[in-house]
Design a binder for this molecule. Structure first.
Ligand SMILES: Nc1ncnc2c1ncn2[C@@H]1O[C@H](COP(=O)(O)OP(=O)(O)OP(=O)(O)O)[C@@H](O)[C@H]1O
Ligand SMILES: [Mg+2]
Length: 274
């Protein structure tokens, strides 16, 4: 077994049976581009797992498999003990109510108010009264520190506020599992920290399982119970943030240190500068 295979097998077998989400031998290609190669990983109930990896490594593709927005070419996806990749769209509706998804691009409806955005899943998936929905919307907006902004439109909000509205919408149905796709990208360090604190608070107060894709190493260190790294279609690292800091895997070290290799910098460095 190579080092990478052994780490990958650790990712799939070392964490017992209490997994809420599991990928088993998932491969995915788009045309000639092989994005995932026989990926196996389990996410445990209540943990905050962070997925790191280069741009284009397939992190968003992994999240989309977890909610069955993409189907594997081979392999299986399991959620809460059920195989979901073979389910019909109709069957998936019920499964997806257990998930909150904070999309990479925010994905708010621009023509709807903040309140209507947060209410959207409640209107779609429940038969609750308008008054009851308004109460939940306030409660969720309060959790993300934005109660009072109900009547604003997304265009009137800052980037950080939009992310928080997306988060309020993601938790509208009290999900068991929240998927975050780059929740702090594009935010200043203070607003990033607010999002990190919210992720921690939701994990504690709602006891959710969080799977967070991020490039932000400050986030990884602050929120992660566990870090997995995707590289060339496979998970090449699976460990605690502390283990990540001391990892001797080259690509992990580069991420930790935020450093490009000489060959990646060829042609960029200015003459005379180190
Ligand atoms: N629906 C699709 N059709 C074709 N190619 C796709 C599709 N979705 C993703 N890809 C390709 O798969 C690769 C992985 O994409 P993905 O969005 O998962 O990357 P990522 O790791 O999330 O990157 P980033 O950090 O930039 O968001 C990319 O090369 C992307 O172009
Ligand atoms: Mg992505």
């Amino acid at each position: 077994m190579t080092e990478s295979e052994s780490r990958q097998s650790n990712a799939s077998s070392a964490n017992g049976g209490d997994s809420v989400v599991e990928l088993r031998g998932v491969s995915k290609r788009f045309g000639s581009l092989e994005v995932l190669r026989d990926v196996s990983v389990k996410f445990r109930r209540g943990e905050t797992a962070v997925i790191i990896g280069a741009s284009g490594a397939g992190k968003s593709v992994i999240l989309k498999h977890i909610v069955s927005l993409l189907k594997p070419d081979t392999g299986e996806v399991h959620c809460r003990g059920e195989r979901i990749d073979t389910m019909t769209e109709r069957e998936l509706v019920a499964v997806r109510t257990h998930f909150g998804f904070l999309f990479q691009m925010g994905a708010l409806f621009d023509s709807l108010t903040v309140a209507q955005n947060v209410a959207f899943p409640l209107v779609e998936h429940t038969k609750r009264t308008a008054a009851d929905i308004a109460k939940t919307v306030s409660e969720k907006l309060r959790m993300v520190g934005l109660d009072g902004l109900q009547e604003k439109k997304p265009a009137q909000l800052s980037g950080g506020q939009r992310k928080r509205v997306g988060l309020a919408r993601a938790i509208a149905l009290d999900p068991e599992i929240i998927l975050y796709d780059e929740p702090t990208t594009g935010l200043d360090p203070i607003r990033s920290d607010i999002i990190n604190e919210l992720i921690i608070k939701l994990q504690r107060e709602l006891n959710v399982t969080s799977i967070v894709v991020t490039h932000d190493m400050a986030s990884v260190r602050k929120i992660g119970d566990r870090v997995v790294m995707l590289h060339e279609g496979q998970f090449i690292f699976d460990g605690s943030p502390e283990e990540m800091e001391t990892s001797d895997v080259k690509i992990v070290r580069q991420f930790v240190e935020g450093r490009a290799e000489d060959e990646q910098l060829a042609g960029i460095r200015m003459k005379g500068k180190p």
